[in-house]
Design a protein around this ligand. Structure first.
Ligand code: SF4
Length: 299
């Protein structure tokens, strides 16, 4: 068997930064450091930080009064900051700057009097954070998207979640533009999501099976699996080697591997080791040199 590795894959700049924020807090202030929501959607990363003294909670009111809390990479609504203030918490926000950019755009369009539409997945943490910024309407990123019953000439601004499928997002945007001809559109699907999806699309054409390494609750990992499958190749999302079903790989000569923006490379390595291929081929891909500065409190 040959393993073909998609490139780029794995950690993006936003994930590297948010993990670094928790690590630096642990070193600088000592444990425990509370983290609101999984710092990134990967149980391996979360467990690693928890071993060092991080404590993950889901809600701000679970953090003891006066404690230090890091808010996750996905972004948080203003009510979380307000509650933290009420409880005397020290907050360090590890939100990805590309998510903050979406928040700022939402506020700007709202100030300008536009009605804001957000294309995204209901219930995802990033959507919760963005929806909290100003009044806005969520539009599902699928073909059955229900649009609001507004006049066709309504002044509308369209934002998107950062980790959607690039093709589904383009389709949803077209539907919105057909309906509201004045719509101002920002496609916020980030560079990392775009690069990983384009790379897996190419790789899927070369292999008989695609394994996406990452967590079930990771939006960008799920989209990678869907994008690969849309190329007509069986594709599975797995956390690690223990989830490989031997029937998937039976008689396969070429297996493609990629990983989401929150997946550590060590998990990719362990899957390759479990497959024990005769050859590993790394595809060439877009070079990524994006880096984000740390939050001001840690600089
Ligand atoms: S996937 Fe994109 S938006 Fe999300 S943390 Fe990474 S760079 Fe930021």
């Amino acid at each position: 068997m040959e393993v073909i590795l998609s490139s780029p894959r794995g950690f993006c700049a936003g994930v590297v930064r948010s993990i670094e924020v928790v690590d630096i807090c642990l070193q600088k202030f000592g444990p425990p450091v509370y983290v609101k929501h999984q710092i990134v959607h990967n149980p391996h990363v979360v467990a690693d930080l928890e071993r060092k003294g991080a404590i993950t909670v889901e809600n701000v009111d679970e953090v003891p009064e006066g404690a230090l809390v890091v808010f996750s990479a996905h972004g948080s609504p203003p009510e979380d900051f307000a509650l933290a203030k009420e409880r005397g918490l020290r907050v360090i926000d590890a939100v990805c700057p590309l998510v903050t950019r979406v928040h700022n755009e939402a506020k700007k369009y709202h100030r300008e009097g536009k009605k804001v539409l957000l294309v995204g997945h209901r219930g995802h943490q990033e959507v919760r954070g963005t929806m909290g910024q100003v009044e806005m309407t969520l539009i599902a990123d699928d073909s059955d998207a229900q649009l609001p019953d507004w006049d066709a000439d309504e002044s509308v601004a369209v934002l998107t979640q950062t980790t959607l499928s690039i093709t589904d997002t383009a389709r949803a945007i077209d539907t919105i533009k057909d309906r509201f001809y004045n719509a101002v559109v920002r496609n916020d699907v980030c560079y990392a999501t775009t690069n990983r999806q384009e790379a897996v699309t190419y790789m899927a054409g070369l292999v008989e099976l695609v394994l996406v390494i990452g967590a079930e609750n990771s939006s960008n990992c799920n989209r990678l699996r869907e994008v690969a499958e849309a190329q007509g190749v069986p594709s599975y999302l797995i956390n690690g080697p223990e989830e490989i079903n031997p029937n998937w790989i039976k008689d396969k000569k070429k297996v493609g591997i990629t990983s989401g923006a929150s997946t550590p490379e060590v998990l990719v390595e362990s899957v390759i080791e479990a497959l024990a291929p005769e050859k590993v081929i790394m595809l060439e891909g877009v070079e990524e040199d994006v880096e984000f500065t740390l939050p001001k409190e840690l600089r």
